[in-house]
Design a protein. Sequence first.
Lengths: 581, 174
Amino acid sequence: MSEQSEDLEAQLASSLREYADRPELHWAPSAVVADVVSRRTTQRRRWRSLSLSAGAVAVVLLAVGVGLWAGRPPPSGIYPSMVTVSRVDYYVGAGRGLTVDEAALMPFGVVEVGPHGMPLDRFADRIAYQLTGVEPQEALVARAAPDIPDDSSPYGEWFILWGPEGTSADAYSAALCSHFDLSHPATAGFRCNEPTPPTNATSEPTSTPVATDRESPTPTTPSPVPTLAITPGPAAAETVHVLARTISAPIEATVGASGVWTGTEVIVWGGWLGDDELGFGLRGVSGDGAAYDPAQDTWRRLSEAPIEPRAGHFAVWTGDEMLIWGGYSDSGLAADGAAYDPIQDRWRPLPHAPVDWVADLRDIVEQDGDSFASIWMGREWVIAFKGIGDDVSEPIRVAAYNHQLDAWRELPTARGSRTEGIELAWTGNELILFSFELLWRMSIDGSDWQPVRQTPWGLPAYSPVWTGDQLMAVVTWWRTPSEWSFVATWDPSSDSWEPLTQPPRSARGQLLLDKQHVISLGSDLAYEIVGGVWLDVPMSVDRSDAVVVWTGRELLVWGGWECGACPNGVFQEGLLLTPDW
Amino acid sequence: MSQAHPPEQTLELLSARDQDAFTRLVVMHDAELVRLCFVICGDVEMARDATQNTWHRLWSRPPSLRDASKLRPWLLTVAANEARQIARRRRTGYVRELEYHTRRTETATVSDFRIDLAELLRKLAPDERQLLGLRYVLGLSSEEIGAVLGVSAEGARSRLHRLLSKIRKNLKDV
């Protein structure tokens, strides 16, 4: 190699090492391990990148440092500082860290604990970014807080609590002090202020989704702390026996495949192939498909599709065809689709989506799967995706494919959460769109999106399903050490929310609809709609990104990650689970 | 911390969810993983998230490696993949500003001028930034880089050569 190249290499090495030599990158090993082993579900990971509406909640940042190192005197109390940046009110304090037990007693959501060793200002930037979507440079918070020592607190523990908009600093401070173990040795020198006790009234429904204005709200009177009964409900009324058997498809099992129920067959298609031999990464995407007839317990392979192999695509059953659209192919994000006729075992390509729509899609090839959603509306297939927005929200582009006309039409654009995903539901005459705290409805004529009232607890709702007369969704109350999720119903006529009977354990994961039950798949629970009771349904589907199809009688699970004993990490055998209701 | 175990035993211990063995790997490799991720995605938070995802992947689904020496390349590969994915998801080409000095050697006069490293990195694909990180931040040999990229040592050298040519051209253009 020439002298010039060596010179360039030497300078690259020195510059890049300097570039990557940043103390804030490094966490204490104990913090790394604690974070990893405490993760249990993908939902938890989702919450790690939580983005809360700045207009919907007030944020408390409690910076807690023991301060006994380096001869630094310990903080002598909680130092509340309200700093308003953009739409966020920050309450900044200092003291020792909360134990897990203490955090569990807090009447506020604990958004994140840790990390150790991160300078306070950087942590504030990070939290501000996660909560508001405001770029770190614009969201400097802690530096403006006069009570926080202008240094990093390398041994401190940082965390934030959050509550409804307008919750006063005193309310947070009082809650902290009332649950704080002052006998802990690390609290030497710690003293609580004498704040006003936190309000404990029942919460009122919050306002409708926040519009586009980005002005900083001025905290007025303190909002009450939501009083949620976050203790488990009564034990399940009964345990439903589930008959389980394994099934083997004639194609390689994948991750992120699609699955539809035709009335007689479950059709699976595509997906990521598993890890290579050394576990060095995915081997690519599959273009194979197969159909399973549960009545005959037989499989058949599908003919070859006219589109690129892909994963993470959408699929829907129209009544006579399976439609596939989008997904990730080897050449990037796909903006095309095909229809499959199971009687003829024949494919046909779908027409192209609206031109500018596709162009936008091409521009955002980096979007992840949560940024897309689809729902079948009886005659039309609605597909929605998030585009590029501003600091606060992102536009959700929506288009509908008419199966009878074999044509697309564009629907009005909605606004979505900047970092969270989108979900759709169809009530029979209205399209419902959830994007974290932004909830919308639109009538079938596609006139425009109207806001849906947020949950009265100031908490986001996920996984909407329409039962025939009301919408059910999982509402999550995030706490440390574990979040608590329950199921609530939304009545479209009154635009109001009501919680169901509290489940005996946290209702996790995807909701599936039976005629008489709503199944909370991740928690092995089912809610009997008529009887109003929870049932144990031990399905134990411990897979991620698997195909999950409810046939009306049984649940077919195929592929998916988390198979520790499988060479490529993917479950090769499918499951057919039949609850004996 | 408990006593160190032979590398082969580490894989077994990982499969058995041995937290001590896991912690030992974190101590050994966390710094290099997070540096590599930072070069790829150019953001502290993303780099940290990518690294944590890597450790989570190792903890939840340890790879079925027959050779313990493959573990480090496995970690580097997974971390790089995570960093690329996170950077894509957040659709950012944002790399923190940092300037560095280089020397215009093609002229007789050696004079310092400033190059925006951020601009340079922004023009590179994530795969190329990964290659830079492996070579110049972690100091891996071509054989080691090849193990991470799944190519031969010669293939790694070839990629590096092409990348240096591209950077050199870029610097000249600047």
